[in-house]
Design a binder for this molecule. Structure first.
Ligand SMILES: [Fe+2]
Length: 290
């Protein structure tokens, strides 16, 4: 290594820890070398850099060409420019999912930053979908190979939410944007509310590899899902996907200042339950610049 950092495995089978050696700041890490490690490992945990919320924001910016802003008024902001938001305040466990993979906005990078870990529990979990797919029950794998999933939201998206999600509520601009999306169908009602459906494989091609990956929102999202022919996804698929993901789960046991960089198109994430109301973990989503 360059001496700017050292590396260690995050677990026996997935992820890499980039550890600060005390001689360099996060902002001095070589971009191309970090990218090379990221595409090989799928999850990087930056530890030992004493990162602040603004350091986190700068790191995200350095590896991204576009940020996705949640703009959720219920989420607390912790960076000077308001771009870094705490994750939702609930304490329940969350199964493996790929953020926003139920819609064409699906960001390439999922980021987390730990301000304060829970006193116990509350690990963020990561699941390499390439490994999980190898362990997926044969019947479920066959179904996912043969039939894609079609996603819908349970209620239409009003104009104010269109602005938040798509960056505009202007009909012409929205239609221009939607024309770029594949397998996306939509209609506006008379009040301008938007209904859409999006069809995508549950086991898409993983970026930077020759492999497919179990990477979707099937186990955890508020969206409505069925196979693209309209038939329901059989219940055994859920148990198979839970079983396969849990076998490859890696728990990120947070330390203050830790930053996780996750390939949101290959690796799913989730969370272990916790009780501590003082847990503070922030998230960002972005499109990679590599
Ligand atoms: Fe998530």
């Amino acid at each position: 290594m360059t001496g700017l950092f050292s590396v260690a495995h995050l677990s026996q089978h997935h992820g890499l820890i980039i550890e600060g050696t005390g001689v360099s700041a996060l902002g001095e890490l070589p971009h191309d070398e970090v990218v090379d490690l990221f595409v090989r490992h799928g999850t990087l945990l930056f530890r030992g850099f004493d990162a602040t919320a603004d350091d986190f924001r700068e790191l995200v910016q350095r590896f991204s060409e576009k940020l996705y802003f949640h703009q959720n008024p219920n989420r607390q902001t912790i960076s000077d420019d308001g771009a870094v938001l705490l994750v939702d305040a609930h304490r329940n466990p969350i199964p493996a999912h790929s953020e926003m993979s139920y819609c064409p906005l699906h960001p390439g990078l999922q980021w987390f930053y730990c301000v304060r870990p829970a006193s116990s529990g509350g690990a963020t979990t990561v699941y390499d979908g390439v490994q999980a797919l190898e362990l997926l029950g044969a019947e479920t794998r066959r179904l996912f190979e043969e039939r894609r999933l079609t996603w819908r939201l349970p209620f239409p998206t009003g104009p104010e939410h269109q602005e938040r999600v798509f960056g505009t509520r202007d009909r012409t601009e929205l239609e221009k944007l939607f024309a770029e999306y594949r397998d996306f169908e939509y209609r506006f009602d008379d009040e301008g509310n938007l209904d859409w459906s999006y069809t995508v494989s549950a086991i898409p091609q993983a970026p930077y590899t020759d492999s497919r990956t179990l990477c979707n929102s099937y186990l955890g999202s508020g969206a409505v899902v069925a196979f693209e022919d309209g038939s329901p996804v059989p219940q055994h698929c859920r148990w198979d996907a839970l079983d396969a993901t849990e076998q490859v789960a890696v728990d990120i046991e947070w330390q203050p200042g830790d930053i996780a960089m996750i390939d949101n198109k290959r690796v799913m994430h989730g969370r272990r339950a916790f009780e501590d109301p003082e847990r503070r973990v922030a998230a960002m989503l972005s499109m990679p610049n590599f």
